[in-house]
Design a protein around this ligand. Structure first.
Ligand code: ZN
Length: 503
């Protein structure tokens, strides 16, 4: 033991940062500080403008209070004006600082398939993956309690916006019930409404009432009576996923389903969803995009959650599962008609081929939508279809890049755009003085490689040796610094122990 300590001391003398890593990071993680200073950061501010640095960033309590350019000439001459020392100093030499990521389509889950799963697993994964805000689009009363606990820093969790589900049972069956349901949700304290496809008369009434109650609406526009034209007409805040957009551009108004198609059979539903975009007429689609732009309807595509449909083996053999997949979630992911989204029974190469084409048209549509002035957000929908919390959002960034967006734009989608969709663009989603201190400090350059954001990090060749690097160092939420590697270690321990108990 003594030898171990002395070896560590020698290490700390040689590399002072080792001392801080040992003593500093874990012990200050999750605690509020009066004043934090991040030194020598390269900033990607979330607005879409290029990276710049070095800057020193001062944080006081929950706010960014100063961003000071570090002038190399003044530093050399010893008269640089730099912020006074903080209670916590973060060295960001060679690191990138971004706004905390916003997950616009999250599900805060404490169980899967009827089995309990610790909610800490979900929340800590989000923080470890750089997510400082989650819009929960399946919020319950329990979610609203977590929202309050998170705001008071009684739990390690991103900031939560709870969007309650409109069709809670019994589902409103007429206009009066639709209006009453919205009023009830307003009184219960929900921040907004999550809507699945409903019949048009009910949608008209609930949207009108939601507007009066000042509640934003995230619409999973399904393959229903309504489509994107109804979102345009009634003023939906964001269309979730994508169905309803190609549906609004099909000649004849309905996809050419085979006679034996059954929407409630998930194998059918997801199989033929893969053949939907090809039926949309491009000149009609561009009219739908223009309609959405004009009405201010945003689009949160959640590309990651359909990734398995175009390459099932890739999804099922994610190397990160080895350390990070909770056994309850693992069980839930297994093909089973009783679990939503676990529909891969007899999935064929033909299905994957159609889905690959589906993605090509979808991605091209996203580019065209933004080119015409559309607002695009980023959400993960994890907890389903082989997507783990947090990892799913980073995968979503990779897919926005694959769609053809510049990485600066992709980061803007996940930060400033998402803040706008939440109606919080004046205080969230930017590295800017006066904004909430929601920031991430990244070991590496996400503009070059979004994979640096995963808790599993990346490998680099240095002096002929493979070195493990990357990952987020700090996730700062509301001015509270969370040491991401410490959180990741806690999650791995949680997963390992749950597996032992199961065995
Ligand atoms: Zn969802």
């Amino acid at each position: 033991m003594f030898r171990l300590i002395s070896a560590w001391l020698v290490l700390c003398i040689l590399f002072p940062s080792a001392f801080f890593a040992q003593l500093g990071s874990a012990s200050v993680s999750g605690k509020r500080h009066k004043r934090i200073v991040i030194r020598n950061a390269t900033i990607v501010d979330g607005s879409g403008k290029p990276a710049a640095g070095p800057f020193d960033i001062s944080i006081e309590n929950d706010l960014i209070t100063a961003i000071v350019s570090v002038d190399p000439v003044a530093v050399k001459e010893g008269n640089a004006k730099r912020p006074a020392a903080g209670d916590l100093e973060i060295d960001a030499v060679g690191k990138f600082v971004l706004p905390g990521l916003i997950n616009l389509h999250g599900h805060t889950q404490d169980g899967r398939g009827g089995k309990p799963q610790p909610v800490e697993y979900c929340m800590k994964l989000w923080l470890a993956c750089g997510i400082t805000t989650v819009r929960d689009v399946g919020a319950t009363k329990k979610t609203l309690e977590w929202r309050e606990q998170s705001a008071a820093n009684r739990i390690a969790s991103p900031r939560i916006y709870g969007y309650g589900v409109f069709q809670a049972s019994p589902s409103p069956a007429n206009s009066e019930q639709a209006r009453a349901r919205i009023q009830e949700m307003k009184q219960a304290g929900y921040d907004g409404v999550k809507l699945f496809g409903v019949d048009r008369d009910i949608m008209r009434a609930m949207m009108d009432e939601a507007k009066k109650a000042n509640l934003r609406v995230a619409h999973h526009t399904g393959v229903e009576e309504t489509n994107a034209w109804d979102d345009i007409k009634f003023g939906t805040t964001s269309i979730e996923h994508w169905y309803g957009i190609p549906d609004a551009a099909i000649e004849g108004g309905r996809q050419n389903f085979p006679a034996n198609y059954n929407y409630n059979n998930e194998v059918d539903r997801f199989r033929y969803a893969g053949r939907l975009w090809r039926e949309a007429k491009w000149d009609q689609l561009t009219k739908v995009f223009d309609g959405m732009v004009e009405a201010g309807v945003a689009w949160n595509p959640t590309l990651d959650i359909y990734d398995a449909s175009r390459d099932l083996q890739r999804a099922q053999t994610n190397p990160a599962f080895a350390d990070y997949l909770h056994p309850v979630l693992e069980e839930y992911f297994k093909p089973n008609p009783a679990n939503h989204g676990s529909y891969f029974i007899g999935w064929t190469s033909t299905d994957e081929t159609f889905w690959k084409e589906n993605y090509r048209i979808w991605m091209h549509s996203l580019l065209e939508f933004e080119r015409r002035g559309g607002l695009i957000g980023v959400g993960e929908d994890a907890g389903f279809i082989y997507q783990m919390y947090g990892f799913g959002l980073i995968r979503e960034l990779e897919l926005h890049q694959e769609a053809g967006f510049h990485p600066l734009r992709v980061i803007q989608h996940a930060t400033a755009n998402n803040a706008r969709i939440l109606g919080e663009e004046d205080r969230l989603g930017r590295v800017r003085v006066g904004f909430k201190a929601d920031l991430i400090v990244v070991n590496g350059n996400p503009l070059e490689n979004f994979k640096v954001l995963y808790p599993t990090g990346i490998e680099e060749l240095r002096d002929g040796k493979i070195v493990k690097t990357g990952g987020i160092e700090w996730t700062i939420k509301d001015g509270i610094p969370f040491h991401a590697p410490t959180l990741a270690a806690e999650i791995r321990a949680m997963v390992a122990s749950a597996r032992r108990n199961k065995a």
